[in-house]
Design a protein around this ligand. Structure first.
Ligand code: SF4
Ligand code: SF4
Length: 172
């Protein structure tokens, strides 16, 4: 399996969810139950590791050689939600997913490089990795800063059963 770069949910080469779940950057269901966690959909063995360097909590490791696939380490470490890993990832393949957001909903925090930016409360359609509509949702948070280097951060809320599928969205 190799690292793969996803461009805003419209992947150059779509990797199935089944294959992603076998990669070392995809959390187990047990880990999802502990709270927010980075979902790293990076499956191409390119020399890249800013995600590892960005995480102060040491949740992500690439190690040596630098072409290793990034993996989640220390299943007990909690993600602080700083989103630094999302901002530094050139492939736009890191998402912070919280399946504990509520009994019925999950939050998905993702990189967003389009304009105009959505607004909090906007009603959206959740799109899967191939751009198909899979569910309805709502924009929960929008973060932008000049230090983000054009990668804005948007958090959406979707029904929990679609948390593994939704990786982008469009307005409805
Ligand atoms: S959001 Fe922050 S704490 Fe969580 S994995 Fe990314 S860099 Fe680490
Ligand atoms: S920064 Fe992104 S593209 Fe680079 S290794 Fe990490 S997850 Fe993969």
């Amino acid at each position: 399996m190799s690292k793969n770069c996803n461009l805003q949910g419209m992947m150059k080469a779509v990797v199935s969810l089944e294959e992603l779940k076998k990669s070392p950057g995809y959390p187990s269901e047990e880990r999802f139950k502990r709270g927010p966690v980075p979902v790293i959909e990076c499956v191409e063995d390119i020399p890249c590791n800013p995600c590892e360097l960005a995480c102060d909590r040491n949740l992500i490791s690439v190690g040596k050689p630098i072409t290793n696939l990034p993996r989640l380490v220390d299943p007990d470490a909690l993600c602080g939600g700083c989103n630094k890993c999302i901002i530094v990832c050139p492939g736009l393949v890191i998402f912070i997913v919280d399946k504990t957001y509520s009994d019925t909903e999950a939050s998905i925090t993702l990189p967003y490089e389009f304009k105009p930016l959505p607004k909090i409360g906007d009603k959206i359609m959740g799109l899967n990795r191939t751009g198909e509509i899979v569910c309805k949702g709502t924009v929960h948070k929008v973060q932008t800063h000049k230090s983000f280097n054009h990668t804005n951060i948007v958090t959406i809320i979707v029904p929990k059963e679609f948390a593994d599928d939704v990786r982008f969205f469009k307005a409805r």
